[in-house]
Design a protein around this ligand. Structure first.
Ligand SMILES: Cc1cc2nc3c(=O)[nH]c(=O)nc-3n(C[C@H](O)[C@H](O)[C@H](O)COP(=O)(O)OP(=O)(O)OC[C@H]3O[C@@H](n4cnc5c(N)ncnc54)[C@H](O)[C@@H]3O)c2cc1C
Length: 294
C-alpha cells in the first residue's frame, strides 16, 4: 500500500507516521519544515511552501495523488486539514471518512473507527473510502530513526487571496507551560463550584483547566482553559482531574502528563485507566479532605 499523508501540524504528522508504520509506504506532505519529521520512516517528506490556503494546498495534493498512484490519503484533523479533506474528496470524487482513530484496509474494503454522539459511542464502519482525517492522539509519537529524503515544493496561488491576518485575542493562561494542573469536569455540577476549587488550585500552586463541557458548553471557564483534542495539549508534572469522566477526546489533551490523579464518584469512570492515583468519591468531600492534609 502507498499512502499520502497531509498535515500542517508536526505533532500530528508524527502520530500519523507512527500509526502507519508497518502498514505500507507513506509519503508525508507538510507545511512545517521540521528536520525531526525525517526520522519517522516516511519514504519521502515534501515541505509545502508558498500559498497555504486549503484551496491551493488541495489543488497541489490532488495532482500529486493522481500522478503518484497513492492508495489512500490520511489527513491530520486540524482546521486546515479538515478543509483540505473536503476539497480533495470533491475534486478527486473519492469518499471520505472524517475524524477516525483507527483504520484497517483490505483491498477496497476499509474498516474505520470513530466516535459518535459526542464521544459516547464508537462507530465501526465499512466503506470503500480513500480519504480519512485522523483525530489527534491516535498513537504515541515514536521516531523510527533513519533520515527520509526530503524536498520542497512551491504552492501556486489559487483563487483565494488572504487580504489581512488578525491575531486572536491573547490567551488568559499558558497551560502548556504549567507544571501542575487542576482540571474540572461536568462533575463540578455548578458554576459556583469553580470558586470552591480555586483555593485548592492556589494551595497546590497549579493552573485551573477544564473539560469541554465546562469551557465550551457551560462557559464556567474560558475556552483557552479547555484541555483535550479540540483544546490545549498539556504535559504537566501533575494533572489532577476532578469530576472528569475521561473520554478519549479529553485524554488526547493530557495523556503526556507525568502523574495523573483522578477524583470521580463513579469507580468505573474511564479516567481511572489513565490515572496513577485514583480516589473514588465526591469531589466536594475529597478536595477539602486533601486540603486539610496540605
Ligand atoms: C469532536 C469532539 C471534540 C471534543 N473535544 C474535547 C476536548 O477537547 N476536551 C474535552 O474534555 N472533551 C472534548 N469532547 C467531549 C468529550 O467527548 C466528552 O463529552 C467530555 O470530555 C466529557 O466531559 P466531562 O468528563 O467533564 O463530563 P462527563 O463525561 O459528563 O463526566 C462527568 C464525570 O463526573 C463524575 N462526577 C459527577 N459528579 C461528581 C462529583 N460530585 N464528584 C466527583 N465526580 C463526579 C461523573 O461520574 C462523570 O464521570 C469532544 C467531543 C467531540 C465529539
Amino acid at each position: 500500500m502507498k499512502f499520502m499523508i497531509f498535515s500542517d501540524a508536526s505533532d500530528l504528522s508524527k502520530q500519523i507516521m507512527t500509526y502507519l508504520r508497518g502498514k505500507g509506504d507513506f509519503f508525508l506532505y507538510t507545511t512545517e519544515d521540521r528536520p525531526e519529521l525525517l526520522s519517522y520512516g516516511a519514504t519521502k517528506v515534501t515541505v509545502l511552501k508558498g500559498d497555504q490556503t486549503p484551496e491551493s494546498l488541495s489543488s497541489f495534493l490532488s495532482s500529486e495523488f493522481k500522478s503518484n498512484g497513492f492508495d489512500s490519503i490520511f489527513i491530520a484533523s486540524s482546521v486546515i486539514g479538515r478543509d483540505v479533506a473536503s476539497y480533495l474528496a470533491q475534486s478527486l470524487g473519492l469518499k471520505a471518512v472524517p475524524e477516525i482513530y483507527d483504520v484497517s484496509i483490505n483491498g477496497s474494503n476499509v474498516k474505520t473507527k470513530r466516535y459518535g454522539l459526542g464521544g459516547k459511542v464508537v462507530l465501526e464502519e465499512e466503506s470503500d473510502a480513500k480519504i480519512f482525517t485522523f483525530i489527534p492522539g491516535i498513537s504515541d509519537d515514536n521516531p523510527s530513526g533513519g533520515n527520509s529524503p526530503s524536498e520542497s515544493k512551491e504552492i501556486q496561488k489559487g483563487r483565494v487571496t488572504i487580504t489581512a491576518v488578525k491575531p486572536k485575542k491573547g490567551r488568559e493562561v499558558d497551560l502548556e507551560k504549567a507544571s501542575i494542573i487542576v482540571s474540572v469536569g461536568r462533575g463540578l455540577g455548578k458554576k459556583e463550584g469553580i470558586q470552591q476549587i480555586e483555593p485548592f488550585v492556589k494551595m497546590v500552586k497549579g493552573e485551573l483547566a477544564g473539560s469541554r463541557p465546562v469551557c465550551l458548553d457551560y462557559k464556567w471557564l474560558s475556552e483557552d482553559r479547555q484541555v483535550g483534542y479540540s483544546g490545549r495539549k498539556v504535559k504537566p508534572k501533575i494533572y489532577i482531574a476532578l469530576g472528569i469522566s475521561g473520554q478519549i477526546q479529553h485524554i488526547a489533551g493530557m495523556r503526556d502528563s507525568k502523574i495523573v490523579i483522578a477524583v470521580n464518584k463513579d469507580k468505573s469512570a474511564p479516567i481511572f485507566q489513565e490515572a496513577d492515583y485514583g480516589i473514588v468519591g465526591d469531589l466536594y468531600q475529597v478536595v477539602p479532605k486533601i486540603m486539610s492534609y496540605l
